[in-house]
Write a protein that binds this ligand. Structure first.
Ligand code: NAP
Length: 220
């Protein structure tokens, strides 16, 4: 993995930071996608990485970030938001959820995948959730499950259109102790990051178009 360039969104804390640190430990050059660049630069400095300002709900921010970054070998769409209440109560929550967890990942893939195809190497990991699984009833609060189900669909459908050299997979980290998961969750951020790190560094014969938890396939 030495020298592979990896962009992780929402990398300033929680599972995203653990993924970034895990990939750095494997020798990747890490770019932390962060909304607060000053804080991100500090984190990046401490782990010998770099940071780029990136609000995945903002098309201009995505364009600026991609311009600044150039190409990457690995994209981890990790940024996520968890609303509250019922699905049909709040159109703003629906729009925000879709923007952060579907439109942002789509736009980043749209801009970053062509170079991966050209370079015959790419690994895309979409950090999803079991709450986005149809097999589990698309649950979770507000629009969260619907957005993750759409992210799963994006994973499956985009993998079908790409050569096998560019792998796109979705994963569920499990219930993880972060600001989103809360203090009672079962897993540490490092444990939650493990499957994403594995998928981000798959060998050439690794899977694509799958949905995983604890490194094992799970039902969509
Ligand atoms: P977290 O601690 O709340 O972190 C969320 C991250 O997303 C933060 O870095 C946050 O940045 C970033 N983010 C939110 N909106 C953004 C935007 N518009 N643009 C860029 N970044 C944005 O949550 P987490 O538990 O680490 O979650 C990471 C991923 O795992 C999410 O996709 C989540 O859905 C998924 N997941 C988590 C659990 C769990 O139990 N924790 C379970 C299943 C799936 P700021 O600091 O700037 O807000």
């Amino acid at each position: 993995m030495t020298g592979r360039r990896a962009l992780v969104t929402g990398a300033n804390r929680g599972i995203g930071l653990a993924i970034a640190k895990g990939l750095a430990a494997k020798g990747c050059d890490i770019i932390l996608g962060v909304r607060d660049l000053a804080a991100g630069n500090q984190i990046a400095h401490d782990m010998n990485a770099s940071a780029v300002e990136l609000d995945v709900s903002d098309q201009r921010s995505i364009n600026h970030a991609v311009e600044a970054i150039g190409t990457v070998d690995i994209l981890v769409n990790n940024a996520g938001v968890l609303g509250a209440g019922r699905l049909l109560d709040d159109p703003k929550d629906f729009e925000r959820s879709m923007s952060v967890m579907v439109h942002g990942p789509y736009r980043l893939m749209h801009l970053l995948v062509p170079a991966m195809v050209h370079n015959r190497y790419g690994r895309i990991v979409n950090v999803s959730s079991g709450w986005g699984a149809f097999s589990d009833g698309v649950s979770g609060p507000a629009a969260y499950g619907v957005a993750k189900a759409a992210l799963n669909a994006l994973t499956l459908a985009s993998a079908r259109t790409l050569p096998d050299t560019v792998k796109v997979n979705a994963m569920c980290p499990g219930w993880v102790r972060t600001r989103m998961g809360g203090a009672s969750a079962a897993k540490s951020p490092e444990e939650g990051a493990d499957t994403a790190i594995w998928l981000a560094t798959l060998d050439a014969d690794g899977p694509t178009g799958g949905f995983f938890r604890d490194r094992k396939p799970i039902d969509w």
